[in-house]
Write a protein that binds this ligand. Structure first.
Ligand code: CAA
Ligand code: FAD
Length: 380
């Protein structure tokens, strides 16, 4: 077993770290406060190869492995989790889903733009009455021969307003339940496609989250991904990899908060000494360090499973479940270590605390990850 990163992995880590420090850190507080989408920064992430990391170079991607993706996601998330969710959705849900299951024509049409950061995508599964219970899709895609007519509402869609390509899950054969669901590629210029107002969020406020409404939207049959009825499997398989991305986002939030807390504890003095010399603070730092290391191992293991073409449904769920709890715990303690300064924006850790929470909710709540994991361990 080799725990060393390769030369290539180290270069990717350095490039992501430099980008985060130089391009994301300036303005991150203002973007969070005013809910400003990081438009220019996302374009630059594309130019650096971070928007289509696992996409085959023949479609304009970086052709890298999932380990590289985890490394880059951690570094970007250490500074700006709003930018990293844009990156995660585009890489692991949209690009990966299209590359793995799209037709040659679909790949050629959409992947080069998505991988270069010229455009980005959205993944549309959740509905007002189908969040965790994702098989209960109410959005319909009625088969009209050479096209579908789509009606319904999607909720909480990341990149909802800024995306150009939307992968939409909808029910075609309700009598077949989840086996009747399809995945369709939609674009917002399709008549009948409308976008709701921006959600006012607690965290990841730089990312744009919207409801989408479809009223008799005509979608050509050639926009379907996979065979008729493959849509739910498509969503589940894609989300399995997406969860590695969100686990890495959580890891980055945790390590970003930890580094700030560690540095602060070495300069802030109380009772005549730096606060890291008080055992209560030192032990918090020890707990953070152990948890982050464990979360990183779980993320890397899930990515390694993916790279080795092993099943990563459970390892990805474990990584997300654990890393998101570590993100939450670490960010809360980072605020505590900063004392009053932790409660104000300029020290960043209050943002990490708000951003951490979403990692326990999206791409399957922690309870859903436990369902996935427990079913597997019980089945043996
Ligand atoms: N790979 C392939 N197929 C899978 C699968 C996987 N990982 N997981 C489930 N399936 C298949 C099952 O095999 C089954 O198909 P068959 O009947 O043909 O075997 C079908 O899917 C239904 O599965 P279940 O019977 O297990 O369905 P369920 O209703 O009991 O539970 C669930 C399914 C795991 C709870 C699922 O609904 C789920 O993951 N819910 C959470 C939804 C979610 O993660 N949403 C995220 C939205 S995207 C997002 O959030 C993006 C973002 O924020 C940035
Ligand atoms: P519910 O399913 O109503 O769950 C409510 C509570 O009940 C949760 O604690 C849940 O864990 C628990 N619960 C539900 N069922 C069970 C059960 N069987 N056992 C135990 N506990 C259970 N979705 C997309 O499709 N695309 C996106 O891009 C996207 N981006 C998002 C961005 C943000 C900022 C947010 C907030 C959400 C986003 N989502 C997106 C939606 C997200 O995936 C859902 O919010 C999530 O899956 C939970 O669904 P729900 O909100 O309907 O909660």
């Amino acid at each position: 077993m080799d725990f060393n990163l390769t030369e290539e992995h180290l270069m990717i880590q350095q490039a992501a770290r430099d980008f985060a420090q130089n391009e994301l850190l300036p303005g991150v507080i203002e973007r969070d406060e005013k809910q400003i989408f990081p438009t220019e920064q996302v374009k630059k992430m594309g130019q650096l190869g971070f928007m289509g990391m696992m996409v085959d170079p023949k479609y304009g991607g970086s052709g890298l492995d999932a380990i590289s993706y985890v490394i880059a996601m951690e570094e970007i998330s250490k500074v700006d989790a709003s930018a990293s969710v844009v990156m995660s959705v585009n890489n692991s849900l949209v690009c990966w889903g299209l590359q793995e299951y799209g037709t040659e024509e679909q790949k050629q049409k959409y992947l080069p733009g998505l991988a270069s950061g010229e455009i980005h995508g959205a993944f549309c599964l959740s509905e007002p009455e189908a969040g965790s219970d994702a098989t209960s899709q109410k959005t319909t895609a009625v088969d009209m021969g050479d096209h579908y007519i789509v009606n319904g509402t999607k909720n909480w869609i990341t990149n909802g307003n800024t995306a150009s390509v939307y992968l939409v899950i909808a029910q075609t054969h309700p009598e077949k339940k989840h086996k009747g669901i399809n995945a369709l590629i939609m674009t917002k210029d399709m008549p009948g496609f409308s976008i709701g107002p921006k959600e006012q969020k607690m965290g990841i406020r730089g990312s744009d989250t919207h409801s989408l409404m479809f009223s008799d939207v005509k979608v050509p049959k050639e926009n379907r991904i996979g065979e008729d009825g493959f849509g739910f499997k498509f969503a589940m398989k894609t989300l399995a990899g997406g969860r590695i991305g969100i686990a890495s986002q959580a890891l980055g939030i945790a390590s970003g908060a930890y580094e700030l807390a560690l540095n602060y504890s070495k300069v802030r003095k109380a009772f005549g000494t730096e606060i890291c010399n008080h055992q209560a603070i030192a032990f918090k730092l020890a707990d953070m360090a152990v948890n982050i290391e464990a979360a990183r191992h779980l993320c890397m293991k899930a990515a390694w499973d993916k790279d080795q073409h092993k099943n990563y449904d459970v390892s990805g769920a474990m990584a997300k479940l654990f890393a998101s709890q570590v993100a939450m715990d670490t960010a809360v303690e980072a605020v505590q270590i900063h004392g009053g300064n932790g409660y104000v924006k300029e020290y960043h850790v209050e943002r990490f605390m708000r951003d951490a929470k979403i990692t326990q909710i999206y791409e399957g709540t922690s309870e859903i990850q436990k369902i996935v994991i427990s079913r597997s361990v019980i089945a043996g």
